[in-house]
Design a protein around this ligand. Structure first.
Ligand code: GCU
Length: 577
């Protein structure tokens, strides 16, 4: 229902919190869920009644925002924190009311006025609950139990190279819509068609079937469609239009009307496909000049979420000469996607199936599908998003292959217009260690191969690169989805001295020479745009719990290697045919 643009009542700002590492607000001393947990927000009725918590006497945190970067004592905290927010509301008969969360990491249990609304798993995707019959006139209170504990059966699982920022990390809002409203829509070009729009509008409510008007003023397009008795209207029409591309990120105002409800959106139209080893955008072969980005806030650290955060990070990517970004390793906030689209940056989007996922556990695939579907639902009208990534550096196993094959098939049933990829690993051929092979069996199910390589950083030193030759068993385009080296901004020395800017620069010089020799290479996303926090990086006075592979420090200082990549992209821009 396009939460991004719909009018809404924001619940952002200060929320009262109770830090609850033992989940005492949820379980009794027998570790059984209790009926009068903190979600009831109880107050003593008289001087004798025992209530051992009080949100109104509790500490506060800002929402949206992770808790780790807001309070030093919470920097390392992984566990449960209870959030409470009061709000005044006036019910309106002709309206339906929804409570929407942009994202909560990792598990959220949501209550309204003490009543359970539901649970949500997954730290990077939106969710909402209808509260039409639960919200009351006057004061209401929302309570959210947020638990960011890492789990073996989680997505991501126990081990990951980014900070496990917990909390209500994206905006919370109340949305009011008409009794009959536009619940969903997808207005995009049909696969491989530059003029044929093929989509749908879903109307929910009692006044169905319903007429749906699609209006694109700039194209003088105005047409009525009819929903079926379930509220679905098939939207098919042929229209000449300017296609969206990095050079011309053309967006059209698209208005959709049904009954008394109306939504508008800025939508771009483009085609994306592969042909042999080429990636074709609007029918033309393209080289994806990219960079990996974590959703880490520039300068202040913590989870990024504002439009400014997005403009800063994506602005640096543009400065580097990018036409594309890999948003690692999870669905980033909607500001990132919308700003990328506005700025003319193509997007690789990913669900955090990262490293040692518990494939044998049947719930894992279901969780992955839910996370993907939520990301798809939010971003399906975004022309900038061209690649769905299944996973990152997951070790080979039959269980992994069967799960990811099923996942790939699932995604194709949901969206056959975008390309499937994954960040795979390569291996050195036994008979010839200078021959690097990409033949992961998962490659068969992908449109584009992604590969992470660290020859010259985790494998020996940069000079190894000149001897290496890359091969694959697939006739498909390759994106080198990660390659990078650590450097502390301002640390200088000779080019073989680790952690110096000179070493990082040398790493990129040698890697780029190697990459230029790969005939099926159609894109690169160095690891990574900016230094980011990670609990896996304890080296004192160098890392200090930051991954230092950024081309830019977390204080926005450009390292020498930034210009090495910038020159390479300038070269590609002028020469790639
Ligand atoms: C891995 C991984 C990243 C990690 C990087 C590194 O390839 O995908 O998440 O941060 O390497 O080691 O720096």
């Amino acid at each position: 229902m396009n939460e991004y643009d719909r009018p809404s009542i924001s619940l952002d700002g200060q929320w009262q919190i109770i830090i609850d590492p033992l989940e005492n607000g949820y379980y009794d001393y027998r570790y059984q869920p209790k009926a009068d947990g903190f979600f009831m927000n109880l107050k003593p009725k008289n001087k004798s009644e025992l209530i051992e918590y009080d949100f109104d006497k509790a500490d506060k945190l800002i929402v949206p925002g992770d808790w780790n970067s807001q309070k030093p004592e919470l920097l390392w905290y992984e566990g449960t924190i209870w959030y409470k927010k009061d709000f005044n509301y006036q019910r309106k008969n002709e309206k339906r009311t929804f409570l929407h969360f942009g994202a909560v990491n990792y598990e959220a249990k949501v209550y309204l006025n003490g009543e359970k609304l539901g649970d949500h798993i997954g730290g990077f995707t939106p969710f909402c609950f209808e509260i039409t019959d639960k919200v009351k006139d006057g004061n209401n209170f929302v309570v959210v139990k947020v638990d960011n504990k890492r789990r073996a059966d989680g997505i991501p699982t126990l081990n990951c190279d980014w900070w496990n920022y917990g909390g209500i990390t994206r905006p919370v809002k109340i949305m009011e819509v008409s009794q009959t409203f536009i619940q969903d829509y997808c207005i995009q070009l049909k696969k491989g068609e530059e003029r044929q729009i093929s989509g749908y509008v879903k109307v929910a409510g009692n006044d169905i079937p319903q007429e749906v008007i699609v209006n694109i003023p700039e194209l003088k397009f105005h047409q009525a469609f009819k929903t079926d008795q379930y509220g679905w209207a098939k939207i098919e029409f042929s229209q000449k239009m300017e296609l969206w591309s990095p050079e011309n990120p053309k967006l059209y105002d698209v208005q959709i009307k049904a009954g008394s409800d109306e939504v508008s959106d800025k939508i771009g139209f483009r085609t994306i496909e592969t042909k042999g080893q080429d990636i074709l955008l609007n029918g033309k072969s393209i080289f994806l000049r990219g960079i990996c980005i974590h959703e880490e806030a520039p300068y202040r650290s913590g989870r990024a979420y504002t439009v400014e955060d997005a403009r800063t990070l994506l602005g640096w990517a543009k400065e580097l000469g990018c036409n594309y970004v890999r948003l690692a390793h999870y669905p980033h906030n909607e500001n990132m996607i919308r700003e990328a689209e506005r700025m003319g940056l193509l997007v690789w989007a990913e669900v955090p199936l990262y490293w040692t996922i518990q494939w044998e556990n049947g719930d894992v695939l279901a969780n992955a599908k839910n996370q993907f579907y939520a990301m798809f639902q939010r971003d399906k009208n975004r022309a900038a998003v061209i690649l769905w990534s299944l996973a990152n550096e997951t070790p080979l196993s039959d269980a992994r292959l069967s799960s990811l094959t099923k996942f790939a098939k699932y995604i194709r049933t949901i969206d056959n217009t975008r390309l499937l990829t994954a960040a795979l690993e390569s291996h050195r051929e036994v008979q010839n260690p200078n021959s690097i092979m990409i033949n992961d069996p998962l490659g068969k199910y992908l449109d584009v191969l992604g590969c992470n390589e660290y020859y010259g950083w985790y494998v020996e030193n940069p000079e190894i690169c000149k001897n290496l030759e890359w091969k694959t068993t697939y006739d498909k385009p390759l994106i080198m989805s990660e390659f990078g080296a650590g450097a502390l901004y301002g640390l200088h020395g000779d080019k073989l001295e680790r952690w110096t800017e000179e070493f990082q620069k040398y790493f990129f010089e040698e890697n780029l020479k190697m990459l230029k020799k790969i005939p099926f290479l159609r894109g690169t996303t160095p690891w990574i745009l900016m230094d980011f926090r990670s609990a896996r990086r304890p080296l004192g006075n160098i890392q200090d719990y930051y991954n230092r592979k950024g081309l830019i420090s977390n204080q926005g200082q450009k390292k020498k290697a930034f210009y090495t990549m910038k020159n390479y992209y300038e070269e590609i821009k002028n020469n790639f045919k």
